[in-house]
Design a protein around this ligand. Structure first.
Ligand SMILES: Nc1ncnc2c1ncn2[C@@H]1O[C@H](COP(=O)(O)OP(=O)(O)OP(=O)(O)O)[C@@H](O)[C@H]1O
Ligand SMILES: [Mg+2]
Length: 311
């Protein structure tokens, strides 16, 4: 295995994993810098959980290499340094919520305060409830607490907010932001693109076990940028006349009735905005709810991975 660069916490190189002759992880490579949050995105079955489980040492790759904090995934030295929140399960069903967290904290050299963590994740009222009687979302939050209580240097969170209510989702986001402030490296898989936009320094989009795009959220959403300007006005404005007043290359459409979309190559600039509002003024048309939008990560994701449902 070639050594990873010193600022790299996790390095995945040419990873391959096949089941029944089908590669579900197919020459996958990416790296995560120390102290940053990486979001691994991809449709159902893309190979995200398989990849992170190989990084955690739970599965063996057929080819390729993984370096976790400079070591092989199964190196016992990594155990106290790496936190894992699996996509499902990961707890002892008979233990009470707080007991379990205190037990895991007791293995760590300088754990976070379990009671504070329960409080931050809204679990104090169920601290004495056995794991199996917690609701799905409460189990999920406890699983997150268990992953981070030992103050790991690197944590893997596999869909940490799936199925959580909005309050719990925000509490989870705040916890991830606090981890990042403390210099913890976070590898997060998610289907929530607003979650990736909010939390991630870097994004890797995986499809069919391969990387189809990688970069910062800003880099991904600005590639091939299309500026969009939307407004509401009276129906059936004369769009040919409007386009004649705009720079070459713009398009305009009304859909549904009374809602207008002007698109321009690159970003919407102040001149385009002024041209649209000036034309509306000349034509005595009020441009209501006028807004300038960027492509979202969701637009980019759907362009990269298509709209078809996965089996
Ligand atoms: N142990 C296994 N045996 C056979 N096939 C498997 C096994 N584990 C995973 N797979 C297959 O590998 C593919 C990738 O699964 P994986 O769980 O890594 O996807 P994922 O990207 O995490 O998806 P999701 O978003 O649904 O969590 C799927 O087609 C899955 O059926
Ligand atoms: Mg998964």
């Amino acid at each position: 295995m070639t050594a990873a660069a010193p600022d790299v916490a996790l390095e995945v190189r040419g990873l391959v994993k096949a089941y029944d002759g089908r590669a579900v992880v197919d020459a996958l490579s990416f790296s995560v810098r120390h102290g940053t949050v990486l979001a691994l995105l991809g449709p159902n079955g893309a190979g995200k959980t398989t990849t992170v489980e190989i990084c955690q040492g739970f599965r063996s790759p057929d080819a390729g290499s993984v370096s976790v904090l400079g070591r092989a995934p199964r190196d016992p030295e990594l155990r106290p340094r790496v936190g894992v929140m699996p996509q499902t399960g990961g707890a002892y069903p008979g233990l009470r919520c707080a007991e379990m967290l205190r037990l895991v904290a007791s293995y760590a050299a300088s754990p976070l305060d379990p009671d504070d963590l329960l409080d931050r994740l809204g679990l104090t009222p169920v601290a004495r409830t056995p794991y199996r009687r917690l609701s799905g979302g409460q189990q999920q939050r406890l699983s997150l607490a268990l992953a981070v209580v030992g103050r790991p240097e690197l944590v893997f969170l596999d869909e940490p907010t799936a199925g959580l209510d909005p309050q719990a989702r925000h509490a989870t986001w705040e916890l991830v932001e606090a981890l990042r402030r403390d210099g913890v490296t976070v590898v997060l898989t998610t289907h929530l693109l607003d979650e990736a936009e909010r939390l991630a320094d870097d994004v890797v989009v995986v499809d069919h076990g391969r990387v189809v795009a990688a970069g910062t959220v800003a880099e991904l959403t600005s590639s091939g940028a299309v500026g969009q300007l939307r407004f509401r006005s009276r129906p059936e404005l004369d769009l040919d006349q409007l386009l004649a007043a705009l720079p070459v290359g713009c398009t305009a459409k009304e859909s549904p009735s009374g809602q207008y979309l002007v698109e321009a190559p690159g970003d919407v600039d102040p001149q385009l905005l002024a041209a649209v509002t000036a034309w509306c003024a000349t034509n005595d048309a009020m441009a209501a709810d006028l807004r300038v939008e960027q492509r979202s990560l969701e637009d980019v994701f759907l362009e990269l991975t298509g709209r078809g449902l996965r089996t």
